[in-house]
Design a protein. Structure first.
Length: 450
């Protein structure tokens, strides 16, 4: 079993570092102008607050489940436990792994594509060169992760320090410029709270939420976290609070120097910001740091996702080959290599804007909404399962999370929603074929003990 094969060697600091490096990545640097453009006004900061609010509420769901079921695979185990190990939970957990095999490489590819796009500030790349660059990033990440977990924990902390220093430098630059509070003073200029504003918040939140994703990465590594009942919830809330503050300060800092009317059309807004403040050399340095942050994000995301197919295979619910551990390093190398290989292909094929919407559409129904509903059903059933962490005001945060995720799903657009539903439908067909062959639920009674 996955929960007994892995070793608990990641503490609170390392777990928080893994979360935060996954959350930041290239996301806020490339989505900052996208969010401003969608809101088309100084009130774009509300979209970043909306992303933080959704993350906090959803983290309550993840905290309850992560503390109660601290095993490798995260949502795979949550869906299996909440919907019944020998009943519908088999279908739900299978669908999660099914969509993970598509959307996890999309996440990894998005960061790699963003890396190549931002690298163009230093050295203009042709379309083919950009694809080679993004593919090279994926290969380097897999090579770095091909080692023991304790070594990865140390690497994560080093990369985390790079992330924090980069954000602090950007914020300090805006403070030193002397106009830092202006964007906050004018945040409500021309604001009218109506349907158009709410719709704009919805569409812009698709991009801002993308920049917060990763606060739950620690749950995928549940089998390797020390004292998980406390460290899993703590690492998530610390990560979200810290990143939300850094994002807001960074946005304010940038638009205090570059007016939002100009920032919304910039491809390298932070680099241009630093060039205006300190010259071209400083702009190149901050660009290199942003690239380090992007690289760190791919590193952290790939680490967490590689544990999901492994956990399912070790549980007998996925192809056995994914259950293999490295003979000396004790890490799921087959899973790592497979996801890295698919991510490499995606990084060569897709555009960044499409990838961001596809990521959210793929995971919202099966992962975010389904596990929130599953937690509600499990708590209502008054099972004997121990919940070391319990959310305040239960079940209100669950219903809020479901409603907000549903709104984000609709904002991804009809084609993305249709694509997500199609993937679920195909996965369901595959599951029933597999279940019929193996005589699993529903072709065996729910109380059947495998």
């Amino acid at each position: 079993m996955a929960e007994t094969s892995l070793v608990r060697r990641l503490g609170l600091a390392q777990a928080t570092a893994i979360n935060m490096t996954d959350m930041v990545g290239i996301g806020p640097f490339i989505t900052l102008p996208m969010v401003i453009s969608m809101m088309n006004g100084p009130w774009f900061l509300y979209a970043w607050l909306a992303g933080a609010l959704l993350s906090f509420i959803d983290a309550m769901v993840w905290s309850e489940l992560g503390a109660a079921f601290p095993m490798a695979g995260g949502s795979y185990n949550f869906l299996k436990e909440t919907y019944g190990k020998n009943g519908p939970g088999k279908l739900m957990s299978f669908l999660f792994v099914w969509q993970t095999m598509i959307q996890a490489p999309l996440v990894i590819a998005s960061a790699a594509i963003g890396f190549a796009a931002y690298f163009s500030y230093l050295l203009p790349l042709s379309p083919i060169e950009a694809k080679l660059m993004s593919g090279g990033v994926v290969i380097c990440i897999v090579a770095l992760l091909y080692r023991k977990i304790e070594s990865i924990g140390k690497i994560s902390v080093i990369l985390w320090v790079g992330v924090i220093l980069t954000m602090i430098w950007i914020i300090a630059g805006g403070l030193a410029h002397g106009n830092f509070l202006a964007p906050i003073k004018h945040i409500n200029d021309g604001l009218t709270v109506n349907y158009a504003f709410v719709a704009a918040i919805g569409f812009a939140s698709v991009k801002s939420v993308y920049s917060y994703l990763g606060y739950y990465n620690v749950c995928h590594l549940g089998g390797e976290i020390i004292n998980p009942s406390k460290n899993i919830p703590k690492s998530m809330f610390i990560s979200i609070a810290g990143i939300a503050i850094l994002y807001m300060l960074m946005n304010v800092s940038v638009v205090s120097v570059i007016p939002w009317q100009h920032a919304k059309d910039s491809k390298f807004v932070v680099s241009e910001f630093m060039e205006q403040l300190s010259g071209h050399t400083s702009a190149k340095i901050v660009t290199c740091l942003i690239l380090l942050v992007a690289f760190s994000s791919v590193f952290s995301a790939t680490l967490g996702y590689s544990r999901i197919p492994y956990a399912a295979a070790a549980d007998g619910a996925f192809f056995k080959v994914f259950a293999k551990l490295h003979p000396t390093g004790n890490f799921p190398y087959v899973s790592l290599l497979f996801l890295g290989g698919i991510a490499l292909v995606f990084s060569l094929l897709f555009k960044l804007s499409d990838v961001i919407s596809a990521i959210l559409a793929m995971r919202i129904l099966i992962q975010f909404i389904s596990q929130a509903l599953g937690l509600y059903l499990l708590r209502r059933a008054k099972s004997e399962i121990n919940f070391p962490y319990k959310m305040p005001l239960f079940p209100i945060p669950i219903f809020l999370a479901i409603a907000m995720w549903f709104g984000i799903l609709l904002s991804t657009g009809f084609h993305m929603v249709l694509g997500g539903l199609s993937a679920i439908a195909l996965g369901t067909i595959v599951y029933f074929i597999k279940a019929n062959m193996n005589k699993e639920w529903p072709f065996k009674p729910a109380n059947y003990k495998a």
